[in-house]
Design a protein around this ligand. Structure first.
Ligand SMILES: NC(=O)C1=CN([C@@H]2O[C@H](COP(=O)(O)OP(=O)(O)OC[C@H]3O[C@@H](n4cnc5c(N)ncnc54)[C@H](O)[C@@H]3O)[C@@H](O)[C@H]2O)C=CC1
Ligand SMILES: O=C([O-])CC(=O)C(=O)O
Length: 328
């Protein structure tokens, strides 16, 4: 018997990431090739944006996706999020050249108060929320705080792009297939302070750290490359990453919903005090997923260098949190 359709809300649906994301959700890449979806698409109440959204929906229609069981255009989160099972909060301003993501907080922060409130009022009580719009961790924190009737743990921020970027850099460095890299972790904020940590990573069971054996490369090449990759793409493309961001969003939601078979992935989640990170800070942690739930990989040793990196990204997130107190 075919499965009952699930409702997937996507905001910023007519934007760059939306265009790289929706077709893959509708084709079953996110929730499985046997899972019908109803897309609930939100754009700003602006004639141009709504018209562009209609155009995207025409193209979705023209794909004749067997799993696309319905689609709706919305200009109000209170209708867009009605009964939604999954919410991908993409809609917000991207940064331009020379900006840091945190500078977007004053522009984008308020979007997530309104959307958190709407999710609280009308979404499925088990809605799984992924915040992509930058600064993603703090926007996810704002949305979570605006939705006191939903499970805080169901609000997540996207660190998966950093995770995937780190995996690709390690594959290039070691000359091994990216798929062979296991047990990678990215701690903290989706910003240049994030700490991509390959101390536990393995390739075919062998230690990546021992294989590379070069702390100077870690500190001076690897971490800055991964941390500043978004800016490098803006510099090269004139626009922020879209296809790789959409791909990471698909990876994040697919793994959360369908599981990781014991493999580690990185998700930005509200801390429960793990690794000394204060409760509710929206922080990147290594997790495994099964049965629609994530579980933090606990008990990893944090050496002095790692602790210093973690402290730095935590301090930045706490600074961002302080800066949005007026929105909570
Ligand atoms: N977390 C991550 O790893 C990444 C995050 N991003 C972020 O994703 C966001 C979107 O990026 P793009 O799609 O490239 O931008 P874009 O400008 O192409 O599209 C954004 C869309 O969101 C819509 N929008 C704005 N406010 C909205 C609201 N309140 N409700 C619904 N829709 C709204 C706009 O009308 C626009 O169509 C940016 O904040 C960007 O910085 C981008 C790449 C990676
Ligand atoms: O850098 C940006 O502004 C877009 C983004 O988050 C990324 O590519 O990591």
């Amino acid at each position: 018997m075919s499965k009952k359709p699930v409702r997937v809300a996507v905001t910023g649906a007519a934007g760059q990431i939306g265009y790289a994301l929706l077709f893959r959700i509708a084709s079953g890449e996110m929730l499985g090739k046997d899972q019908p979806v109803i897309l609930q698409l939100l754009e700003i109440p602006d004639e141009k944006a709504q018209k562009a959204l209609k155009g995207v929906m025409m193209e979705l229609e023209d794909c004749a996706f067997p799993l696309l069981a319905g689609m709706e255009a919305h200009s109000d989160p209170m209708t867009a999020f009605k009964d939604t099972d999954y919410a991908l909060l993409v809609g917000s301003r991207p940064r331009g050249p020379g900006m840091e993501r945190a500078e977007l907080l004053s522009i984008n922060g308020a979007i997530f108060t309104a959307q958190g409130k709407a999710l609280n009022a009308v979404a499925s009580r088990n809605v799984k929320v992924l915040v992509v719009g930058n600064p993603a961790n703090t926007n996810a924190y704002i949305a979570m705080k605006a939705a006191p009737d939903l499970k805080p743990g169901n609000f997540t921020a996207m660190l998966r792009l950093d995770h995937n970027r780190a995996a690709s850099q390690l594959a290039a460095k070691t000359g091994k297939a990216v798929s062979s890299i296991k047990k990678l972790a990215v701690w903290g904020n989706h910003s240049p302070t994030m700490y991509a940590d390959y101390r536990f990573a393995t390739i075919d069971g062998a230690s990546v750290k021992d294989m590379i054996n070069d702390q100077a490369w870690n500190k001076d090449v690897f971490l800055p490359t991964v941390g500043k990759r978004g800016a490098a793409i803006i510099e090269a493309r004139g626009l922020s990453s879209a296809a790789s961001a959409a791909n990471a969003a698909i990876d994040h939601m697919r793994d959360w919903a369908l599981g990781t078979n014991g493999e580690w992935v990185t998700m930005g989640i509200p801390s429960q005090g793990w690794y000394g990170i204060p409760k509710d800070v929206m922080f990147g942690f290594p997790v495994t997923c099964a049965n629609g739930e994530y579980t933090v990989v606990e008990g990893l040793e944090i050496d002095a260098f790692s602790q210093e990196c973690i402290n730095k990204t935590l301090a930045e997130l706490q600074g961002e949190q302080d800066g949005v107190k007026h929105l909570l």
